[in-house]
Design a protein around this ligand. Structure first.
Ligand code: COA
Length: 246
């Protein structure tokens, strides 16, 4: 059942959760651990989930869901008892957070208020997001479906994410799209409309080169004194304003 090992594990996890609040909430600087446990609803919600998840894991009926519902009423955070949550998890401001049954959350993840880790319909099986380590999800963001958010990714406030997010990527907007990858702006579509390939000019150029070669051979074979061969000129460079400039 609920042995000493389980209690020790839950206590260790709660310690790391409180440390996460200290580290990631500027308002928690200088506040004692007891005060954080007593008055940080995000920490309380995670604590309640740790217990509910432990009970759920050993097959205790009713209690895990009851605990989850009580925690929801008290903190405004709804976490399904089966959701798997790593260490150092912090929910800032707590209210309006929903974490679904098959959600998986790695270590040192931060969520702000109003985040949903939800499903997209009535499908069964794995249907909620997986968040790898060190992911941050901004206020009001909705992450839907069995997607994976790579480690170190940041999801902007109010973003809607329905596709996988690569590691160390910042995603914003609806639909969510990357605005930073490894700290740099992602490569956009090719907007170089000046230097478009010109297959017809290329073909004429190649033909001219072959004619010049043939002319040279004819001159050699005929022993003619003529030296000039067909001239291949580069295409006229484009002038004027850059239409890609807008
Ligand atoms: C997404 C976020 C993490 C990016 O922070 P950052 O790494 O410092 O990146 P930047 O601020 O340079 O923003 C990168 C780009 O995304 C845009 N952007 C940032 N956040 C955005 C958002 N929530 N929605 C839409 N666009 C956003 C910026 O305008 C910028 O665009 P640009 O490349 O055209 O200049 C941050 O803006 C955010 O939303 N954090 C959540 C904070 C939160 O929920 N706080 C609640 C406290 S109660």
């Amino acid at each position: 059942m609920f042995g000493l090992g389980t209690v020790a594990r839950v206590v260790g996890e709660v310690r790391r959760d409180v440390a996460a609040a200290h580290a990631r909430d500027p308002a928690a600087r200088g506040v004692g651990s007891i005060e954080i446990l007593a008055s940080w609803p995000g920490v309380q919600a995670v604590l309640a989930h740790r217990v509910a998840h432990g009970l759920h894991g050993i097959g205790v009926p009713v209690a895990p869901r009851t605990l989850s519902i009580l925690s929801r009423a008290w903190t405004g955070v709804e976490i399904h008892p089966a959701a798997q949550i790593g260490q150092g998890f912090f929910i800032d401001h707590a209210a309006g957070v929903v974490i679904g049954e098959t959600a998986q959350i790695g270590d040192d993840v931060t969520l702000y208020q109003g985040v949903t880790l939800g499903g997209t319909g009535f499908q069964t099986g794995k249907r909620h997001p997986t968040l790898q380590d060190n992911v941050t999800v901004g206020a009001g963001a909705k992450l839907l479906g069995a997607i994976t958010v790579g480690h170190g990714a940041k999801i902007g406030a109010n973003t809607v994410v329905i596709h996988d997010v690569p590691p160390n990527t910042t995603v914003v907007g609806n639909p969510g799209h990357p605005v930073r990858v490894e700290g740099k702006r992602p490569e956009g579509p090719d907007t170089d409309w000046i230097h478009l390939p010109d297959p017809i000019a290329d073909a004429i150029n190649r033909l001219s080169a072959r004619i010049a070669e043939l002319e040279r051979e004819v001159i050699e074979l005929s022993g003619s004194e003529r030296e000039t061969v067909a001239e291949v000129r580069p295409l006229r460079p484009v002038h004027g304003p850059n239409p890609a400039g807008g």
